[in-house]
Design a protein around this ligand. Structure first.
Ligand code: GDP
Ligand code: MG
Length: 439
């Protein structure tokens, strides 16, 4: 949210005593920030009222750390606003589980259908079938088939001459035959909600008896998203929403209001165009992310999924014993890159948006490549003992990697600094252990 909110939070956090004026000031900032994030006006009003009641109540004023306590209340209520706890995808006890994807054109239905099948297979060990039921948009079938090919997940299609209702019906039969446990139906969208679209979706619903009807919403569409959700819900009875394009410039406020206004849970969020960029939606993580405390849990999860545990342990041991070399450094760079674009990761770090300029800083993947090139131009001995790298060696390395001597110098300096930091960290650990602290 707004930087101003961040500042207010920062100021109040440390306070030993919080007056009603402080609370009012903070609520003013929270209110502005939410409105700025395009959260529905009425939703904001209710939200502020609830937080205020709790914040000036006993629970906060009497606590030892009222500043912290106010923030906790805001965070809890924001989490509540977004659905409280994580809402999981349905599992039918008579497989296959049928999922219908609906939404306006361009919202991300087809892409998300592909992503969801990938997630179901990877994370939940399922065997999904994709169904191409958008026969109107040129190349929509082809688009889903291409996704299926990329993911190696089968796509059911009957071309664009058979009605979507018939396609859906036959697809479910086919899924039973082939023992698929999920059927994901990609349906057509329109630029606006219209009767023909709704009638067709209703018929598909009638025949395919979906366990889930997911509305795919573009998080960037602002207040309109709430209206879209309301009318789809009225006509079809939605079971969940999937927010796409949360990786963009949007604050996602309007989409968050969908939950508050329609009471339909958010189940997944799209964080990019790539097929692995669909994530479970965690209200409490989103709340702390909005409040700028960093989405540490997601970050840790990402790291755990991508970093080889053995290697991580080995690395830690090396850091501790100071036998960390440039080869390890290379290894570490590779691990970090596996976690995805660095920009994403930085955004998740607690306090990252407090550091001036960091938000606008695009981490340059090219620069990492340069660093790698420099390290690869070192000899084995140099990688282990960088102290021996004198002027003539520097020149040779620079030439070998196609970088400048200054760049080589900079890297050597960074490496030294890093080692120093490790040393401090491990000293801290030793001291902590002696005193019985846990780090
Ligand atoms: P449909 O008309 O609803 O089926 O929408 P598509 O699946 O064809 O998607 C429209 C565009 O949105 C495509 O260019 C997608 O790559 C893009 N898109 C979908 N989800 C995301 C997302 O989470 N992040 C970003 N940045 N782009 C997305
Ligand atoms: Mg589509």
């Amino acid at each position: 949210l707004a930087d101003r909110l961040q500042n207010t939070i920062q100021r109040i956090r440390g306070k030993g005593k919080v007056t009603e004026d402080d609370v009012n000031e903070m609520m003013r900032e929270v209110r502005l920030a939410l409105l700025e994030a395009d959260v529905n006006f009425k939703v904001v009003k209710d939200f502020i009222k609830r937080v205020k009641e709790r914040a000036v109540g006993q629970e906060v004023m009497k606590s030892l750390t009222p500043g912290q306590q106010v923030i906790k209340v805001v965070q809890e209520e924001l989490t509540e606003l977004m659905g409280g706890s994580q809402s999981k995808i349905a599992v039918s006890n008579r497989p296959p589980t049928v999922v219908m994807m609906v939404g306006l054109q361009g919202a991300g239905k087809t892409t998300t259908t592909g992503k969801l099948s990938n997630l179901l297979r990877k994370k939940y060990n399922r065997k999904p079938l994709l169904v191409a039921a958008d026969i109107y948009r040129p190349a929509a079938i082809k688009q889903l088939e291409t996704l299926g090919k990329q993911l190696n997940i089968p796509v059911f299609s009957l071309g664009d001459q058979v009605s979507p209702v018939e396609i859906a019906k036959q697809a479910v039969e086919k899924a039973k035959e082939d023992h698929h446990d999920y059927v994901l139906i990609d349906t057509a969208g329109r630029l606006h909600i219209d009767e023909t679209l709704m009638d067709e979706l209703k018929q598909i619903k009638e025949l395919a008896k979906p366990d889930e009807i997911f509305l795919v919403v573009d998080a960037m569409t602002g207040q309109d998203a709430v209206n879209v959700a309301e009318s789809f819900n009225e006509q079809l009875g939605l079971t969940g929403t999937i927010l796409t394009k949360l990786d963009g410039d949007t604050r996602g406020g309007a989409a968050l209001s969908i939950k508050a206004v329609t009471n339909i849970p958010i189940k997944f969020v799209g964080m990019g165009e790539k097929l692995d960029q669909l994530e479970d939606f965690h209200p409490e993580r989103m709340a702390s992310r909005i409040l700028g405390m960093g989405d540490v849990l997601t970050l840790i999860e990402k790291a755990q999924a991508n970093v080889d545990q053995e290697k991580a342990k080995e690395l830690e041991e090396k850091m501790r014993t100071m036998s960390f070399t440039f080869d390890d450094f290379l290894e570490q760079l590779a691990q970090v890159r596996k976690m995805g674009p660095l920009d994403d990761l930085i955004g998740m770090l607690p306090g990252a948006n407090k550091i001036k300029g960091l938000k606008d800083l695009k981490v340059d993947e090219k620069q990492i490549k340069h660093v790698e090139a420099i390290i690869q131009s070192m000899t084995k001995k140099e990688k282990v003992n960088p102290e021996i790298i004198n002027a003539s060696r520097k020149k040779r390395i620079a030439k070998g990697s196609g970088r400048t001597v200054q760049e080589v110098n900079r890297l050597l300096k960074q490496f030294e600094d890093m080692k120093k930091m490790f040393k401090q960290m491990s000293n801290m650990n030793v001291k902590g252990k002696k005193k019985g602290f846990k780090f």
